[in-house]
Design a protein around this ligand. Structure first.
Ligand code: ADP
Ligand code: MG
Length: 292
């Protein structure tokens, strides 16, 4: 491509809120075959809310919620904010908490008023030696509704199953349809549970799902998708997405996301809107499509 074409394309990008940090990205995007998307904060708002809370018989709901929220009050995960907010809304005071520990991609644990409390994914409970079989039907139903099931263990026993739901951004369905019209495959890579991810993918017409990946697994997922489909663009917003953004042929960061993601990406979508992705690819095809 000529330097002039790249300059024109980059300038046009800036006008529509697509910031090319490297001219090379504009050239590569026209040959993209697959777009891999992070789920939380990229496809969704990244602001989950607590929708369900089912307590084991014999335990008091408000006390369990207080213990859960106390642990989560030290976590910065969006899920943590959802759980703390619902305790606050219920007017529940948080008990004192010590020995907080966050286990990446798993959950959190601490001692609440001297009692061990753990909150997180099924795999976190498994790691703690707790089977969640008793809640299998509930978890399946919640997952099929596109909600993310979570568990709480108190004093070494399973105490509750809950679910958070994270609304899909209003702009997401049209952006995915536009990517399909451009002839691209659309994939989702997420740390969330498989059933939930499948339900959301079905709803959005996403072609391929890689779920239950630990943060370190996102890079491996990107490599696998690249090997299967060819030239790959990855879109993400979080600190966890930085390695995948770097690994992709073109990394696109959501402009309302974290600083780290934007620094690892070649393209920043200023609107915080997924529509920037098909816009960027269409722009690349329009400005550089026939020049070699
Ligand atoms: P994502 O947020 O994209 O799902 P993460 O790697 O941050 O990916 O988290 C993976 C999973 O670990 C979450 O879906 C959740 O089940 C669990 N988890 C992580 N942090 C927390 C937390 N603070 N509280 C409860 N569960 C958590
Ligand atoms: Mg995210």
């Amino acid at each position: 491509a000529t330097p002039t074409a790249i300059m024109v394309g980059t300038g046009r990008g800036a006008e529509i809120g697509v910031l090319f940090r490297k001219g090379e990205a504009l050239q590569l995007l026209k040959d993209a075959r697959v777009v891999a998307l992070d789920k939380t904060g990229t496809l969704t708002e990244g602001r989950p809310v607590l929708t369900d809370l089912e307590i084991v018989a014999g335990l008091a709901r408000n006390q369990v919620l207080a213990q859960i929220a106390a642990v989560e009050s030290h976590s910065e995960h969006p899920i943590a904010r959802a759980l703390v907010a619902s305790a606050e809304e219920a007017g529940i005071a948080l008990p004192e908490m010590t020995a907080f520990e966050s286990v990446t991609g798993m959950g959190v644990r601490a001692k609440v008023a001297g009692v061990r409390v753990a909150v997180g994914a099924e795999r976190f409970m498994a790691q703690l030696g707790l089977a969640v079989d008793g809640f299998a039907d509930t978890a399946a139903r919640l997952g099929d509704e596109g909600k993310s099931p979570l568990y709480a263990a108190i004093d070494g026993r399973l105490a509750a199953i809950m679910a958070v739901a994270d609304p899909i951004k209003p702009s997401t369905p049209a952006a995915i349809a536009a990517l399909h019209r451009l002839g691209l495959k659309v994939a989702m890579i997420t740390g969330d549970n498989a059933r939930t991810a499948q339900a959301i993918a079905r709803q959005l017409g996403i072609d391929e799902v890689v779920a239950e990946v630990l943060p370190a697994g996102k890079v491996a997922a990107v490599r696998r998708l690249k090997a299967t489909h060819g030239q790959l663009a990855f879109v993400g917003d979080g600190i966890n997405d930085a390695p995948a953004l770097a690994e992709a042929d073109v990394g696109l960061a959501i402009g309302t996301g974290t600083e780290v993601a934007m620094e690892s990406a070649e393209v920043v979508l200023m609107s915080g809107n997924l529509q920037g992705v098909p816009n960027a690819i269409a722009l690349s095809k329009a400005t550089l499509g026939n020049i070699h």
